[in-house]
Design a protein around this ligand. Structure first.
Ligand code: AMP
Ligand code: ZN
Length: 655
């Protein structure tokens, strides 16, 4: 054969083999037998040997080339970003609202969030050219030789323009199990399996792990108009990539939530690790308007599923007395990694829960951390010979009072003489979202309890500087500061005050909802249980808790005393007024603005917003004029939304 004919023959074999690879690895639907496939494959191998020619996109290259000496770095042509996370549906709804406001209504693409190793692959003239790890987002490592071995990475594609795609290198559960069956050194989990395979200098090792590549983004495409995520998705499918085949366009938050719940239910049946969902604005030009922070796009978010369980040893149980007197079992664990954090304690909720879970001291237990709650023990993994029944205490571990059991819950009713309880109540009262007494810690509360006989919330405002000076470590300055913080805390808002009272199960969100609805403390204290149930998200239990609280003579008197000591609930108009874009949001102004700062600040406050002079993670917006300096940089670093005056005016109008 002359070389032209050989090339022709090779090309036709390659396209034949590619087609079968695609059917097998991407569609999971082979149309020929293994032996027929082998026949094709080996005739290509023979031809390559004979001629000494190997085309750059030949499937024979998938077995992996020579061992590399080291990894070289490559600068990304298009920077890679991380994804901002929403913790719960309420955060998600806020984001969706925000996007709708900014765009005047938009569509959202919902996709799997693959939990593997992010990879960038470049094609030129329809041929695989290079692959790079994410690295720090602007520079990654060249892993071309490794990625070439991934079966579901096409080495040639129909599109002939320049193309850069992003996706995730993954190890399916099946590949993981097969690998571990044979491997001497077993992999811990599929995710480690991928990282170790790609960052391996021997591409043949990479090939052995039988990785896959799931593609979800086009970073650059020359000569094709991909102006929506939907087009991107279809395009990458047409090029022969795996996509996970999950793609929905949603137009509101409820649709997005149904997608999330649907996948959450089946995620364990999917053969690849999916740790959440990614929600992106569908329209690409709208993304440009919305923009990026230094770290992530503002036009996309990730919703992470509750993480999977891990197991560890439950060493002992501590019974903790909370502000309401409730005594809760907390498990002390052998430290274990869970969702990127080291976990050493987890809640066991109550006595029934312990029984239900059947766990023991000194037993192996399953622990799980979901999106927002603290780690929880899920059940028994293994009982040992010396495992011990968890003993339910009869007396309070803090004050020695006999405990009272109500249903599955234990209570210490020594409300004002039980140190742990009082300290927790006072710390809660002083905390940031409550009365926000600056510089006040749990230690301070303990010291006030021990030395100055502080037992009630209202005792705090009776403290004098002289009192504080008698305490250990309280010098002149610290005493002054504390007195000033106490004074400053007296000016508060209704929802903060309500939250600070520590009504059982009334968290900050519930407090806000109640304040919004009832507007004054008088209205709240005279409302009925039925009235409370009318508020969204408030059920009968919480309604009853609130009602009981406001019928309690002790608390009514406490509230009176607090008011006598000068607590002042500011009539913040956020509840009756006006602009939901501003209500409760903190703004920082910087740079040269077209109006005097004071004027803009007053405007923000009149709309229910707050202003602050420094940027922190609690800042919601930075309004940046010309020549904005360090505040802008800090806001960018923290991923805080930055508004131009034009954006700001939009917020005003859209509210
Ligand atoms: P994280 O590493 O948790 O900040 O999440 C961001 C990473 O999720 C990105 O860098 C991607 O590697 C990855 N990812 C997985 N699936 C997707 C997807 N469908 N769209 C965008 N990024 C994704
Ligand atoms: Zn007690």
């Amino acid at each position: 054969m002359d070389s032209e004919k050989i090339l022709e023959k090779m090309k036709s074999l390659i396209s034949e083999i590619d087609k079968h690879n695609y059917n097998y690895y991407v569609l999971d639907n082979p149309t020929i037998s293994d032996s027929e496939y082998d026949k094709l494959y080996y005739s290509l191998v023979d031809l390559e040997k004979e001629s000494g020619i190997i085309l750059p996109y030949s499937p024979t290259l998938k077995v992996g080339g020579d061992i590399l000496e080291s990894f070289t770095k490559r600068k990304h042509e298009v920077n890679l970003y991380s994804l901002n996370k929403v913790r719960d549906y309420s955060d998600l709804a806020d984001w969706v609202n925000d996007m709708n406001k900014q765009t005047g209504g938009t569509e959202f693409a919902v996709e799997y969030k693959f939990d593997g190793l992010s990879l960038v692959i470049e094609y030129e003239n329809g041929v695989f050219k290079s692959a790079t790890t994410r690295g720090n987002g602007s520079v990654g490592e060249d892993v071309t030789a490794q990625v070439k071995t991934i079966r579901s990475v096409p080495l040639s594609i129909p599109f002939k323009g320049r193309l850069i795609v992003q996706g995730e290198g993954m190890m399916t559960n099946k590949s993981f199990e097969e690998y571990n069956k044979k491997a001497e050194e077993k992999l811990k989990n599929p995710r480690n399996g991928v990282a170790g395979a790609i960052r391996n200098l021997d591409p043949k090792e990479t090939a052995k792990r039988k990785l896959d590549f799931f593609c979800y983004q086009v970073l650059l495409s020359e000569g094709v108009n991909l102006d929506s995520q939907e087009k991107v998705h279809n395009f990458i499918k047409e090029q022969g990539f795996l996509t996970g085949d999950y793609f929905y366009i949603c137009t509101n938050v409820n649709e997005i939530i149904s997608c999330i719940e649907q996948v959450d239910k089946i995620k364990n049946e999917i053969d690849t690790m999916i740790d959440g969902m990614v929600i992106k604005i569908n329209n690409v030009s709208a993304r440009e308007d919305i923009g990026w922070t230094a770290k992530f796009p503002r036009w996309a978010v990730a919703f992470k599923f509750a993480t999977q369980e891990v197991s560890t040893i439950l060493k002992s149980v501590t019974w903790q007395v909370g502000r309401t007197g409730r005594v809760t079992p907390i498990a002390n664990l052998d430290a274990v990694e869970l969702a990127g954090a080291t976990v050493t304690r987890a809640t066991l909720n109550n006595i029934d829960d312990i029984k239900r879970k059947g766990v023991y001291e000194n037993s192996r237990v399953f622990v799980r951390r979901s999106n927002e709650v603290i780690p929880e023990i899920m059940g028994l993994a293994e009982k040992f010979e010396d495992s011990k029944e968890i003993e339910v205490p009869l007396i309070c571990p803090s004050c020695g009072e006999v405990l009272v059991q109500k249903g599955p819950l234990l209570y210490c009713e020594n409300h004002f003489g039980c140190r742990e309880q009082v300290v927790d109540r006072i710390s809660h009262f002083a905390s940031r979202n409550a009365m926000n007494i600056e510089g006040f810690s749990e230690k301070t509360a303990g010291s006030l309890y021990d030395n100055l006989n502080v037992r009630h919330l209202s005792d705090l405002y009776k403290l004098t500087k002289e009192d504080l000076l008698t305490l250990d470590k309280f010098k002149d300055k610290k005493a002054d500061n504390t007195i000033n913080s106490l004074k400053a805390s007296k000016k508060t808002e209704l929802y903060k005050f309500l939250y600070s009272l520590g009504i059982p199960e009334v968290g900050i969100k519930t407090a806000k909802d109640i304040a919004k609805r009832f507007k004054t403390l008088e209205n709240i204290s005279s409302a009925s249980e039925e009235d409370f149930v009318q508020v969204d998200d408030i059920g009968e239990v919480i309604a009853k808790n609130i009602k009981t609280f406001f019928e309690d003579q002790y608390y009514l008197e406490e509230i009176q005393k607090l008011f006598h000591s000068g607590i002042e609930i500011q009539e913040v108009e956020i509840f009756s007024n006006v602009n939901p874009n501003f209500a409760g949001k903190t703004f920082v102004l910087t740079g040269a603005l077209s109006k005097p700062r004071k004027e803009i600040e007053d405007l923000i406050e009149s709309l229910g917003g707050k202003t602050s002079s420094s940027v922190s993670k609690n800042t919601d917006y930075v309004l940046a004029g010309e020549e904005a300096g360090s505040k802008l940089a800090k806001a960018e670093a923290l991923g805080i939304k930055i508004l131009s005056e034009e954006d700001f005016n939009k917020l005003l109008i859209l509210g």
